[in-house]
Design a protein around this ligand. Structure first.
Ligand code: UDP
Length: 323
């Protein structure tokens, strides 16, 4: 298929583009490079520098690409930042995303695949979390993604736009070529590995008094290549709806740091800090629906294997991407 990928220069997008092309698809990447990197775009893809705020450009680009499917990664995705600057999240993730949605309808796109998040559930009442749980976000990031999910449902009902929305848990790891490089890194695993690489003295543990076994937050880490594979499966005709993507195993912040120590063979100094606003204590997926309906089979379910691919990439790219 001709696939139009927004945010294809970002962390998850770059690996998805690589996997799409490996699977035989033709890819156009649309990215403003605010967070992504030009060298993270697979050279086999066509690259368009552009911003989703530019309604006409989005519409023209989609038509020129003869897009049959859209995969929409481009968004701001930091819980902490969204608590400081909610407008940034609603403007980009909702208003600018709407330009893309309208363009997709106008261009008669057959399938719209959307990167949503487990942050749409807020603090869940039940663990592991399936797709039927109530969605009550506790930060503007989650709220902005939920608003887009709702727009998708209306667009499906009223315009017949078929969509798949993936609620990601914590994306981690790397492919052989593409990995995680944010200009300001806030995520746990890359920050812990920076200490192992000798680039930082110490890493932070945000919150040690959560109601969990060791007092630190629990997350479900999912390998980036496994995430990418789910997007490819979603392109098949008839696949539709909301799907959690996670491994179903939760690891605490302390357990992640220990896994990084084992994989790197280095000791990692961690400092206990206050809680980070907006963080739910525990988020673990029940992803049975994706396994059942999409025939999705994660290849890297073990945390250590996920961390090992990240460690390998960071060792080979100690400064990340050059641009
Ligand atoms: N975290 C931490 N130290 C860091 C970065 C993150 O303790 O340097 C914690 C964070 O509070 C959360 C978990 O690790 O409980 C995962 O955070 P991350 O930012 O990687 O992903 P998020 O769950 O926010 O999407």
């Amino acid at each position: 298929m001709n696939v139009f990928v927004t945010g294809g220069a970002g962390y998850i997008g770059s690996v998805c583009v690589e996997e799409l092309i490996n699977a035989g698809h033709t890819v156009t990447v649309f990215d403003n490079l605010s967070e992504g990197h030009r060298s993270a775009v697979d050279p086999r893809a066509r690259f368009l520098l552009g911003d989703l705020a530019d309604r006409e450009l989005v519409a023209r680009s989609l038509t020129e690409a003869r897009a049959e499917a859209v995969i929409h990664f481009a968004a701001h995705a930091l819980v902490g930042e969204s608590m400081q600057n909610p407008g940034k999240y609603f403007r980009n993730n909702v208003a600018n995303g709407l330009n893309l949605l309208d363009a997709a309808v106008a261009a008669h796109v057959r399938k719209f695949v959307f990167s949503s998040t487990c942050a749409t559930y807020g603090v869940p009442e039940q663990m592991p979390m399936d797709e039927t749980l109530p969605q009550r976000p506790v930060n503007p990031y989650g709220e902005s993604k939920l608003m887009f999910e709702r727009m998708l449902q209306w667009y499906q009902q009223l315009h017949g736009l078929e969509f798949v929305a993936f609620r990601y848990f914590n994306a981690a790891g790397a492919s052989k070529k593409f990995g995680e490089h944010h200009r300001v890194e806030t995520h746990l695993i890359p920050n812990v590995l920076k200490v192992a690489l000798g680039q930082k003295e110490q890493c932070d543990i945000f919150g040690t008094n959560y109601p969990t076994l060791d007092g630190t937050c629990i997350r479900d880490y999912i390998h980036i290549v496994d995430l990418a594979q789910a997007h490819i499966l979603a392109l098949a005709p008839g696949k539709q709806g909301f799907f959690n993507l996670g491994n179903g195993s939760g690891y605490s912040v302390r357990e992640v740091i220990q896994a990084c120590e084992r994989v790197s063979g280095r000791s990692i100094k961690a400092v206990e800090q206050p809680r980070r606003p907006g963080d739910p204590p525990r988020l673990v997926a029940a992803a049975d629906k994706a396994l059942r309906e999409l025939d999705w089979r994660p290849k890297f379910p073990k945390l250590e294997d996920i961390v090992a691919t990240a460690w390998d990439w960071h060792r080979r790219h100690p400064q990340g991407y050059r641009d």
